[in-house]
Design a protein around this ligand. Structure first.
Ligand code: PHB
Length: 413
């Protein structure tokens, strides 16, 4: 069967939040794009992912006209609880960094973006199969795929973007990659349960039994995690066993307990730090999880992906406007600046709160020393608050920021 040949300016492989946000920003800049995605819209919407947005991610969704639903239905969090061996300490983001984060699950970010792309006539092809890329380092790279109706296509473009997640097919199509990997001797066991919230803010708990995170979804549905072995089997964990473990990890003299309910979903989440450099290979540019992954402890994955595509939209717009691909050279250094800050932050939050199996007792004592410093020193807490709420756009990943609109007071740093 012959392929239908077509052309576009930017071919985007991957229709998750990174790919859709890029396509949206490019349209605002007058640059045409086509997005292909192997999953159906329904499949992506059903995937459970993390739920915290930095202030600048919220700002991007609202100010670029995707949707302001996050402001109406998301929950502003002005701090978090750090729970150390059953004693709670609040880290006040507003006081320390002049910023908040928003609890707004990635699924909702995807739904808003998918809706906005449909509303604005964006060309997004869900449910494609047999997808591959060709001539990625040449002048006219291509996306090859079979659409959801079984028709074969070849879309030639000027620039190709790989926003196709951590197992990225586009990344694997290029050679000369420098990869940095850090593995951890643990993973997260995640649950979704039908129960009321146990607390207003997220609780990050360190205990001798290991780490636990108490997050939220809605008034009737909650998301929680606890540190487990990387090869942990979900089948070994009855609801009763899960609740006993979570309760034991947060228990303390203040009597804090989790409100329990039926567990709707259980899964073991992979855990690693990874960066692929450079993020540009000829006319292929990698974004989001295709270029880097972080452990979930710092809630940075989605925020980093959105920060990548914000930079990417700017450099692609300039390259197209000036008909000069050298503008694309700025992508790797500008994006990596934030990527490595986020890598450090996520690694730090992880090692600060998890128990490392087999580590000498010194390590656990040293970890407690660090946590004591963190919760008693304003300078140390401010470092956490600044990293968690997201570094302001400045320096190498900067460029012009929009003027403050009132909803977004600039931090008093
Ligand atoms: C979540 O709500 O899924 C979540 C929140 C914070 C994290 C990771 C996951 O650090």
């Amino acid at each position: 069967m012959s392929r239908t040949a077509s052309r576009t300016t930017v071919g985007i492989v991957g229709g998750g939040p990174a790919g859709l946000m890029l396509s949206h920003l490019l349209q605002l800049a007058g640059v045409e794009s086509v997005v292909i995605e192997t999953r159906t819209r329904g499949e992506i919407a059903e995937t459970q992912r993390a739920g915290i947005l930095e202030r600048d991610s919220v700002r991007l969704l609202v100010d670029s006209g995707v949707s302001d639903r996050v402001l109406r239905e998301g929950h502003e969090h002005r701090g978090i609880q750090l729970r150390v061996d059953g004693v709670g300490h609040r880290i006040d983001f507003q006081e320390l960094a002049g910023a908040s984060t928003w609890l707004y699950p990635q699924t909702d970010v995807f739904l808003d973006l998918a809706e906005a792309r449909a509303r604005d006539g964006g060309d997004v092809r869900y449910g494609v199969s047999e997808s591959s890329v060709a001539d990625v380092t040449g002048d006219r790279p291509a996306m090859l795929f079979t659409d959801a109706d079984g028709r074969d296509h070849e879309v030639r473009c000027d620039v190709l973007v790989g926003a196709d997640g951590s197992r990225s097919m586009t990344r694997h199509s290029v050679t000369g990659r420098q990869e940095y990997v850090r593995r951890y001797p643990f993973a997260w066991f995640g649950i979704l349960c039908a129960a009321p919230p146990s607390c207003d803010e997220l609780v990050y708990a360190r205990s001798d039994r290991g780490f636990a995170l108490i997050s939220r979804r809605t008034d009737t549905m909650q998301r929680m995690y606890f540190q487990c072995a990387p090869d942990e089997s979900v089948a070994d964990w009855s609801d009763d066993r899960v609740w006993a473990e979570l309760q034991a990890r947060v228990a303390g003299e203040d009597g804090f307990t989790l409100l329990e309910g039926p567990i709707i979903a259980k899964s073991v989440l992979p855990f690693r730090s990874y960066v692929c450099e450079p993020m540009r290979h000829g006319n292929l540019l990698l974004a989001g999880d295709a270029a880097h992954t972080v452990p979930p402890t710092g809630a940075k994955g989605l925020n980093l992906a959105l920060a990548d595509v914000r930079v990417l939209a700017e450099v692609i717009e300039r390259a197209v406007r000036e008909a000069d691909r050298s503008a694309l050279d700025h992508y790797t250094p500008r994006a990596l600046d934030r990527v490595w800050k986020a890598q450090h932050f996520s690694y730090w939050m992880t090692t600060l709160l998890h128990r490392t199996p087999g580590a000498p007792p010194f390590d656990a004592r040293r970890q407690l020393g660090e946590l004591t410093h963190l919760v008693t020193s304003r300078t140390a807490s401010a470092l956490l608050a600044e990293g968690y709420t997201g570094w302001p756009r400045s320096g190498r990943d900067g460029g012009a920021t929009r003027p403050a609109s009132g909803i977004w007071p600039e931090p008093t740093r």
